[in-house]
Design a protein around this ligand. Structure first.
Ligand code: F6R
Length: 611
């Protein structure tokens, strides 16, 4: 986690760094800071808390930081050391002539710290990062260039990191390197940029160069050089990014979460375009793998992406009749999993950076499995680790709580299920095309679901007024939807919430039920709707207040529930998608009612790049 930025160019460094950090704040917001080259010295400014605290401090500095040309910045998600000014980045090394920002974890920091202390360095923070600052300062003091010093430091550092540094001795220069954590260089005219993710720089450039593991990038206003681990210069073509700067702005919405919920129809449209024809035929020729002999599938992911995986299992097994296991990536990597070259491993990750998911891919490669990544982030680490990639086209997702990425992940899994079913001939072509045609309705049905839910939200939020916890219940595909609804609620409103299979509730969680534990029931269709209704009756008998997610014309749901969050009538393939929307909005409005920051919930970060 953490976000880093760098700028070398005109006298507008602080403006560029702050704008970049604003777009990286989703990666962590425990503290933020800048290190700037001013008058032959390095000056730092750091503040605990969200970026606005740093912004305020800069504003109060009487123009001190106005005409700076080069610097680096950081927004922190604390790993080593609590959020405090001492632990905030940038960290200074030696005699304060070198400053460093870092994203990731230096695993051997304790050993390095001991060595450096023995050599007379004193530490001002509890962070693992400070060892990098001192390692660099030591070499620079001995006469190395900053690039040479970083090259030497890389040989000592273990773990995952993206690091950027400036030195008072080299005005106008930034050096940076990475191992496992992301880092991109942005190319400008008379100025160059550096960031953890392209989102940070979209207002400045659309031309980027990826820095690979072990490489060192050296940036000045007029040049970008990349050096390989052997010290030789590497030539790499820049790549373009189609996202525009507006995609990372609020565009009139109060929060990114609300904006991203409303962007779901467009995100689905973009994700299905070119892959699902008017006749419902699927074209996944972009998948660079032979899917025809897949005998078994394992889906690995974390959090919301894991819930998408559970829905993918349901659809793939139902349509293609291929057995699917869904594993939480952090468990999978240590589980000594069974698999072979006929196992397709699908790794789902919005960010494409999640360490646990990347490690699960490594595990899968260990037994010869073929890995297909589903990600929203072109050029992310997962796209390089996987054997093939299917991009979700949700556009940048800024809010920490995932919404539009989830829906597009489910849609991509639906496409994959249709393609696998075609290859396996488990259904007739006509049947598959009918399902494909239904899937094409996703954008408009989601639009309807948003409109329908919004009018009933007030009543649903009222049910939560004195709630101390909540149960989300569903069966079949409504179960992963319930899990996702509970996750959304707990992560942004801090209310304990459990998602449970409705039929299993009587084996334990029913003990939670009283009038202060609302039950959100996702009813669905067919026989499971009947069964879920009976389970819900059992909670009503124990005093539960019910919010039902149900077909707009469901009279029984209206009888049993305090509030119905209506969803449009849809074909089976769309049921989980439309049922998710009211739960996203419910979580959003409950959190807003409680006065919470929905985009930046406490303790969380968008990219989880630590184990
Ligand atoms: C919840 C949420 C997280 C992520 C999880 C995986 O709203 O966003 O649970 O889904 O951290 O992240 P990615 O998909 O980037 O691997």
């Amino acid at each position: 986690m953490c976000g880093i930025v760098g700028y070398a160019g005109r006298e507008r460094c602080v403006e560029v760094l702050m704008e970049g950090l604003k777009h990286l704040e989703y990666r962590g917001y425990d503290s933020a800071g800048l290190a700037l080259q001013i008058g032959g010295e390095i000056e730092t400014i750091r503040r605990v808390g969200p970026l606005r605290e740093l912004s305020k401090a800069i504003g109060e500095a009487n123009g001190r930081f106005e005409r700076v040309g080069t610097g680096i910045g950081h927004t922190r998600w604390a790993t080593h050391g609590r959020p405090s000014e001492e632990n905030a980045h940038p960290h200074l090394g030696g005699d304060k002539k070198v400053a460093v920002v870092h994203n990731g974890i230096i695993e051997n920091h304790a050993e390095l710290r001991e060595e450096l202390e023995e050599r007379g360095f004193s530490f001002n923070s509890e962070t693992d990062t400070e060892v990098i600052a001192h390692l660099l300062a030591e070499r620079v003091e001995e006469g190395d260039t900053l690039r040479e010093a970083l090259g030497a430091a890389l040989e000592r550092l273990e773990g995952s990191f993206a690091v950027a540094a400036v030195s008072a001795k080299e005005p106008g220069t930034i050096v940076a390197a990475r191992n496992q954590s992301p880092l991109v260089v942005g190319l400008g005219d008379g100025e160059n940029f550096l960031a953890s993710a392209v989102q940070a720089l979209l207002g400045e450039t659309r031309k980027f160069i990826l820095v690979e593991n072990g490489e060192i990038a050296v940036l000045t206003s007029s040049s970008v050089e990349i050096f390989g681990p052997d010290g030789k210069e590497v030539r790499r073509e820049p790549f373009g990014v189609e996202w525009d700067a507006e995609a990372v702005e609020l565009g009139g919405y109060e929060d990114y979460m609300l904006k991203e919920i409303h962007e779901q129809p467009a995100a689905l449209q973009a994700t299905l375009a070119g892959r699902l024809g008017a006749e419902g035929d699927v074209d996944l020729s972009e998948v660079d793998l032979d899917l025809s002999n897949v005998e078994r599938i394992v889906i690995v992911a974390c959090g919301t992406a894991y819930h998408a995986g559970l829905l993918g299992k349901n659809t793939i097994e139902r349509l293609a009749r291929i057995p699917v296991e869904v594993a939480i990536a952090s468990e999978y990597r240590y589980s000594d999993p069974i698999g072979d070259e006929k196992t397709l491993v699908i790794a789902i990750s919005q960010s494409g950076e999640t360490t646990d998911t990347l490690a699960a891919i490594e595990t899968a490669h260990g037994f010869g499995g073929h890995v297909l990544a589903i990600t929203n982030t072109r050029g992310s680490l997962i796209t390089r680790e996987a054997d093939s990639v299917l991009l979700t086209k949700a556009g940048p997702e800024i809010c920490v709580a995932s919404t539009k990425a989830f829906l597009t992940q489910v849609a991509v899994l639906d496409l994959l299920a249709l393609e696998l079913a075609r290859l396996k001939k488990s259904l007739l072509e006509d049947e598959l095309q009918e399902i494909g045609k239904s899937l094409r309705l996703a954008p408009e049905k989601i639009q309807e679901a948003i409109a329908l839910s919004e009018v009933c939200m007030e009543g649903a939020v009222d049910v939560f007024e004195d709630a101390r916890c909540a149960l989300f219940l569903g069966r079949g595909v409504a179960h992963p939807v319930a899990l996702e609804g509970a996750l959304k609620l707990k992560e942004i409103s801090y209310l304990p919430a459990e998602g449970y299979p409705a039929g299993e509730m009587k084996h334990g969680p029913i003990a939670l039920i009283d009038e202060s534990c609302p039950v959100v029931a996702i009813l669905g269709e067919g026989v499971l709707r009947e069964k879920t209704l009976s389970n819900i009756q059992e909670t009503v008998a124990r005093g539960a207040k019910i919010i039902a997610v149900a077909d707009e014309g469901d009279a029984e749901a209206r009888k049993i529930a305090e509030v119905v969050l209506p969803v449009p009538k849809v074909p089976e393939i769309l049921a989980s998608l439309v049922a998710t929307v009211p739960l996203q909005l419910l979580a959003y409005h409950v959190a807003k009612e409680r006065g919470l920051d929905v985009d930046k919930p406490r303790n969380l970060a968008k990219s989880v790049t630590v184990e």
